[in-house]
Design a protein around this ligand. Structure first.
Ligand code: ZN
Length: 339
């Protein structure tokens, strides 16, 4: 870490860009160690640590990443226990579960179109399946074999016990599936959490049928929200997001791993408005309140949830506009193997 970089204050990108320096960790895309520091930040959402990280941009390929890279042991502590939602019986839980099902339909439509167009038979594998709600909804709507995969044993357990989804605890590189056994592989908000994103894409390439489909979703570091909000943008999620992709980065990565892109989507009903609401008021985010162990009566919880949903609705026009200009805060991609 250079002396100039060590003195970086917390600042927005526009104000805080520094001249090039070098760091100990290599860029996962081009292996360069030359970086430009954009700003410094800590775990604003869940408060799992006070450690300050830098968000840096590779000087050679412009990929944006977290620096320093946490060790696997550190990273484990940055994921709070029960990182996914388990509904119980309260009114607030029922409301939240209804909302989650409602906004996930957007993801379902995208995947169902990909399945229709590829017409391959095989497993639909959701990588980073969490509690399994997406696959549960997909199997309610279509006759399709589904499987979940998550590197959290608790998540795989929850998917199986609560949602009835067969799930394994593994990394994709060591997933117990035969080559060319998958009709589709979905990775919603997975790549940005990985030390080595190409290893997951290589594994997906091996597991997919010849005309199978890979569906990815990542936050978009070229969105207007990042430009406007800087380190307060929810999409960088320090220190859990190790890489912050732009659309061009995703394109390059997919191409280098043998995929061609068929379709992009710049708006996600589940992620874009809620992401903006969380950026503006992180303490209202229902998941963040749970993770931080905020003590609330059922009535307080319901009111805070309703306030949060109002903020999500108020964020809708802006997020639709940025997505219409191809600068939405997430990117969904459908890709297949290059012929
Ligand atoms: Zn690079």
């Amino acid at each position: 870490m250079g002396a100039a970089a060590a003195a970086v204050p917390v600042a927005k990108p526009a104000a805080g860009w520094l001249a090039g320096t070098e760091t100990g960790s290599a860029c996962s895309a081009c292996s360069s160690r030359k970086i430009r520091v954009l700003f410094s930040a800590t775990d604003r959402l869940y408060g799992t640590t006070d450690k300050i990280f830098r968000i840096v941009e590779c000087i050679d390929c412009r990929l944006i990443r977290l620096d320093p890279v946490p060790t696997p042991l550190e990273l484990r502590d940055y994921y709070p226990h029960a990182y996914w939602f388990i509904p119980e019986g309260s009114a607030a839980d029922r409301l939240e579960q209804w909302y989650r099902r409602f906004v996930l339909r957007d993801h379902l439509h995208f995947v169902e179109r990909a399945l229709r167009e590829s017409d391959e038979e095989g497993i639909v594998l959701d990588v980073g399946c969490g509690g399994g709600l997406f696959l549960q909804m997909l199997s309610e709507r279509r006759k399709v074999r589904v499987a979940g995969l998550d590197f959290s044993l608790d998540a795989a357990n929850t998917a199986w016990r609560r949602a009835g989804i067969p799930a394994v605890c593994a990394t994709l590189s060591r997933a117990p599936f035969a080559p060319e056994s998958c009709a589709a592989i979905t990775m919603f908000h997975v790549l940005e959490h990985l030390y080595d994103p190409p290893s997951y894409l290589d594994a997906a390439h091996r597991l997919l049928r010849p005309d199978g489909r890979l569906i990815l979703q990542v936050p978009n570091a070229a969105c207007w929200q990042f430009l406007l909000l800087g380190e307060r943008w929810n999409g960088i999620d320090v220190p859990r997001h190790l890489t912050n992709f732009r659309l061009s980065d995703v394109d390059t990565l997919l191409s280098s791993c043998g995929f061609e892109v068929l379709r992009y989507k710049h708006f996600s009903l589940r992620d874009n408005p809620a992401g903006m609401a969380t950026s503006l008021a992180p303490k209202l985010d229902p998941m963040a309140r749970r993770m931080r162990g905020v003590v609330e009566t059922p009535r307080q919880r319901l009111w805070k949830d309703l306030l949060y949903v109002s903020l999500v609705c108020a964020s809708l026009p802006f997020t639709l506009l940025e997505a219409a200009c191809r600068a939405g805060s997430t990117i969904m991609v459908e890709a297949r193997k290059k012929l």
